[in-house]
Ligand binder design. Sequence first.
Ligand code: NAP
Length: 278
Amino acid sequence: MDNTFIMAGVMGWPVAHSRSPIIHNHWIRQHQLRGAYGLFPVESHNLGDAIRGLKALGLAGCNLTIPHKVAAMSYMDWVQPLAQRMGAINTIVVQADGALHGFNNDGFGYLQSLRDAQPHWRADAGPIVVLGAGGAARAIVLSLMDEGATEIRLINRTFGKAQALADEFGTPVQAFDWSERHAALAGAALLVNSTNQGMHGQPELDVQLHELPMTALVSDAIYVPLETPLLAAARQRGNATVNGLGMLLNQARPAFHAWFGVMPDIDDTLVKALTKTL
Ligand code: NAP
């Protein structure tokens, strides 16, 4: 019998709010593995020491959350090309020889959450509107591009950031001014909120859905609350919706696979356990 005890965790500051331990420890129990997933409160000035400590402590790796997703890249021996394009990593996997490999699974999680909701969903079904141009938007836009999206209308409160992303990513991304956010929904097949507006403690997202086709899928990266005012408005007018919980759950799956050797599934018990904390 293999007696290896496998440890992983999440580094962040603050980190106490992270739901990742609920997810990974559920899968550890479900698959009867010997291991644990913990919370590592790491301040920015300690990040280098903490990451080097992964190997010294014999950890399988870790997740990274705010504010470490960008800074952690510089300590990697290798970074997945997709994560390089995203400019951030959310997962470190310690290799057998001690080398540190960096990955970003947020885009995978986002696409998978759409497919879980609509198995026949396609990125090339029509124009996509993405609101926001921060870290979540980078991951979402790149993964939609790699999936074959033909037209992505990127709209951000600070226009310069949307323009910079459009310049960096090229076709099919086009930047629009924030004032055009209502009209830009015309003909869209997918609307994505990747701003923090509508999150618990924030004002709701100021966007009117009149122009949005009833066939459009509406998704929000936010998962607290599970149904943002945007998703509630979309549901009430008859659009299909996807909340941010699926993105969170699905981004964890490839990391768990890399550390524990099992590709886990998302079951009702896990969704219920997580939902109770939201
Ligand atoms: P970020 O990098 O700080 O970006 C925040 C975005 O929100 C920027 O585009 C910002 O626009 C916009 N914004 C802020 N205040 C606004 C306002 N008053 N009106 C309009 N836009 C405003 O944050 P992030 O990491 O991308 O995260 C964004 C959201 O995604 C958060 O709610 C986070 O919880 C969620 N998220 C979810 C997952 C998941 O797994 N489900 C993963 C990552 C993130 P400016 O450029 O103008 O400031």
